[in-house]
Design a protein around this ligand. Structure first.
Ligand SMILES: NC(=O)c1ccc[n+]([C@@H]2O[C@H](COP(=O)([O-])OP(=O)(O)OC[C@H]3O[C@@H](n4cnc5c(N)ncnc54)[C@H](O)[C@@H]3O)[C@@H](O)[C@H]2O)c1
Length: 336
């Protein structure tokens, strides 16, 4: 039985506690913490876990074998570094850290320890549809990939969501996806702001279009739409020399009636990526159980996404093309 400690039990933290308790086998949540200790107590009480007063206390607890970090992004680096120092596997929701410098410090810590401890929560890599998209492109039957059209449409976003968060919280998934789909780094990002949605406030860039240039020349256009209203709609189509491959409409049923047909659209990320979240945790826990290094998105992937995010913000604020410059990739993160 793997004992997991969870730091930060807000929306996604609670969902992961549910997953670790009711969906996955061979694991239990043994400790929980949150700056809101009442919230931590309520969640811990529901699953028979203990409450730690701080993240540091939870990480040091000998009853915690592995750590899940689901607190606010700005707090991630501190906990990830502490878990590495304690020699414990750590699953960190995106972002790995709030700045690329902090991500870089995490790379240094793992390189210093001589092994990987960190998996970053880029769960789309575990989504069955994205996996087929990737294997179809990699299979080569469609010829070389040239372009990708992607869309990230939210029904609506909470009031605290800023324009910058369209890059740091939404587009960050698209950056990671593009790097993983094409096994290539991103070279530059340009941001375009079309006619503003009447539902968006004056300084909120909704919609936002990002042009993402891959180092090998593939161009990815990403539509970010904050107020789609009809549902949570994630789209992706790769255009290759001899054909295209796209995510299909949601996997549910289609109803034909009175001369039209219709199917369900997910309402949010929890629903759309439920299977992917389960699979990413299954994969992470398998490596924890085996005492092996994680095989999922690494600290390098978290770092690269952070540098792309910085470029995206520069592009949005300057309206100029922003180049992505990564540090040299340490051997620890080079493909075997
Ligand atoms: N993979 C995804 O698609 C996905 C989806 C949602 C959220 N996230 C990420 O998960 C993280 C949490 O997001 P959320 O939506 O659950 O936010 P949230 O605000 O609902 O929950 C965060 C929780 O962390 C607690 N917290 C904040 N600072 C803390 C600290 N220093 N120590 C302990 N607890 C602390 C808060 O009190 C709160 O309960 C964010 O980094 C977010 O980007 C990822």
């Amino acid at each position: 039985m793997i004992n997991v400690g969870v730091i930060g039990v807000g929306a996604i933290g609670r969902d992961h506690v549910r997953r670790l308790t009711h969906v996955l086998a061979g694991v239990r949540v043994s400790a929980v913490t949150d700056v809101d200790l009442d919230r931590a107590g309520a969640v811990a009480g529901g699953v028979g876990a203990g409450v730690a007063r701080t993240g540091a206390e939870l990480i040091a607890d000998p009853g915690v074998d592995a750590v899940v970090v689901t607190s606010w992004g700005a707090t991630h680096a501190e906990y990830v570094l502490a878990a590495i120092a304690a020699g414990k596997p750590v699953f960190c929701e995106k972002p790995l850290a709030a700045t690329s410098a902090d991500c870089s410090a995490i790379l240094d810590a793992e390189v210093g320890a001589g092994r990987r401890f960190v998996q970053v929560g880029f769960m789309r890599r575990y989504d069955p549809a994205y996996r087929s998209l990737r294997s179809t492109v990699a299979g080569g039957s469609l010829g070389a990939p040239l372009l990708m059209h992607a869309a990230h449409r939210n029904m609506s976003l909470p009031a605290h969501f800023t324009g910058d968060m369209l890059i740091t919280d939404s587009a960050v998934h698209e950056f990671d996806l593009a790097r993983w789909l094409f096994s290539d780094e991103i070279a530059a990002v340009t941001a375009l702001t079309p006619r503003r949605n009447r539902r968006a406030s004056d300084d909120f860039p909704d919609p936002l279009v990002l042009l993402v240039e891959m180092a090998g020349g593939i161009l990815v256009d990403v539509e970010i739409l904050a107020n789609a209203r009809f549902g949570y709609d994630i789209r992706g189509e790769v255009v290759c020399e001899d054909g295209t491959v796209a995510l299909s409409e949601s996997a549910g049923v289609v109803v034909k009636r009175s001369g039209s047909y219709a199917g369900p659209v997910p309402t949010d990320w929890r629903e759309r990526f439920a299977e992917a979240f389960d699979a990413e945790f299954r994969s992470w826990l398998d490596t924890v159980a085996a005492g092996a290094q994680p095989t999922g998105p690494s600290a390098w992937d978290g770092y690269a996404a952070a540098v792309c995010t910085d470029a995206g913000l520069t592009a949005l604020h300057s309206r100029a093309r922003a180049e992505v410059t990564l540090r040299e990739r340490p051997d620890l993160y080079k493909p075997a």
